[in-house]
Design a protein around this ligand. Structure first.
Ligand SMILES: Cc1cc2nc3c(=O)[nH]c(=O)nc-3n(C[C@H](O)[C@H](O)[C@H](O)COP(=O)(O)O)c2cc1C
Length: 350
């Protein structure tokens, strides 16, 4: 046992693989992390937080990051394009989490133009500087990790991961696509090669639709962990082996205290996609108040709401991280289907 719960997870000989919730802007927030931890998710990432905003603005700090004492193990992910923002933001947040992660995978145009996300893959010196500088500042019992996408060929991808490993990262997450790929199958061969070429734990990410697929991928690649984003959004019971959202997870979602109607409702739209017939889903997706949402679930799925505060949620979005959050707020004003949301957001990332 070390004194870091993330390292302990990776070191645990009884754990065949570590099950991880991906960083997801807007969605991998405290309430969702609470839910999936009830369904065998071992480790959670926060949404990407812009390091510079986090350092500069108290409002950003309050808006972008909420946690509580049960919310562990937890990795906070930052978007940064230089080591001083990354170190400064990490120093502020580190007492409330077990480690910090650098986003090297966001392929959105604004990110690439400003040197964030996948653009860092073209400037590995910045990634290495971020990790090295932070290692000098952070207590040794906190992890530093990097989440990245593949480069154009296997050799380059392996080489980059080896360079990153040499800077002292605790683990690496690899989304098995390049920054230009969207819906192509993930490159399991490359994940396997990376896993065989570095000693730190490698987390596989991309296209996990159910637990048995994930196990097959994990066995093929040998990766120490598996990370899901869209799969777990649609089915928070995925890591516990459920094929679709168990009704108990919808009930659990209602038992959690929420603060924002849009986040509360969006998650339910994803979760209930396969639980409701098409016409009911259309009605459900267009509901505009928390009270209507709760009553609808009581009627259709016989779920009870025990928290009166969940009936009166407001819609304020806040949002302080510039264009990034402005962009993803677009769907708040229109009626949506879950696929549309995921497509619009996935276009920002993947
Ligand atoms: C709604 C949404 C938000 C995302 N936000 C982030 C993020 O904040 N940071 C990040 O590194 N990746 C982000 N991603 C990418 C995912 O973490 C993941 O790499 C990608 O979706 C592939 O995994 P999947 O096939 O399980 O969805 C996001 C993806 C989605 C769908």
């Amino acid at each position: 046992m070390t004194n870091n719960p993330v390292i302990d997870l990776f070191d645990d000989p009884d754990k065949k693989f570590v099950k991880i919730c991906a960083p997801m802007v807007r969605y991998s927030r405290l309430q969702f992390r609470k839910l999936i931890r009830m369904y065998e998710c071992d480790l959670c990432f926060t949404p990407m937080i812009m390091a510079d905003c986090y350092v500069k603005s108290a409002k950003a700090r309050a808006h972008e990051f909420q946690t509580d004492t049960d919310d562990r193990p937890l990795i906070v992910q930052f978007g940064a394009n230089n080591s001083s923002d990354f170190v400064n933001a990490s120093n502020l947040i580190i007492p409330y989490c077990d480690g910090v992660d650098l986003n090297c995978g966001c392929p959105q145009r604004w990110a690439l133009n400003e040197g964030y996300g996948a653009q860092l893959l073209k400037n590995p010196e910045i990634i290495k500087d971020c990790v090295r500088q932070l290692r000098n500042h952070l207590p040794t019992n906190k992890t530093i990790s990097v989440k990245l996408r593949l480069l154009d060929d296997h050799r380059q991808s392996v080489d980059l991961c080896q360079q990153i490993e040499a800077t002292g990262v605790s683990f690496i997450t690899v989304h098995g696509r390049t920054a230009l790929q969207k819906n192509e199958p993930i490159d399991q061969e490359c994940l396997k090669l990376i896993n065989e070429s570095v000693s730190v734990p490698v987390i596989l990410n991309g296209d996990i639709k159910n637990l048995s697929d994930a196990i097959t991928m994990q066995e093929y690649t040998g990766c120490r962990g598996m990370m899901s984003a869209r799969g777990i959004l649609h089915n928070p019971g995925l890591f516990a082996g459920y094929q679709t959202t168990p009704l108990s997870a919808v009930q659990d979602w209602l038992n959690i205290k929420h603060t924002n109607f849009l986040w509360f409702h969006h998650h339910l739209v994803f979760m209930c996609e396969r639980l409701l017939p098409k016409t009911a889903r259309k009605t459900f997706n267009q509901l505009r108040t928390a009270s209507d949402v709760v009553s609808f679930l009581e009627d259709q799925l016989h779920i009870s709401n025990v928290l009166p505060s969940n009936r009166i949620l407001g819609k304020e979005l806040g949002g302080t991280s510039g264009a990034y959050y402005e962009n993803i707020a677009v769907e708040d004003t229109v009626s949506f289907q879950p696929e549309d949301i995921v497509d619009s957001i996935i276009n920002l990332f993947d």
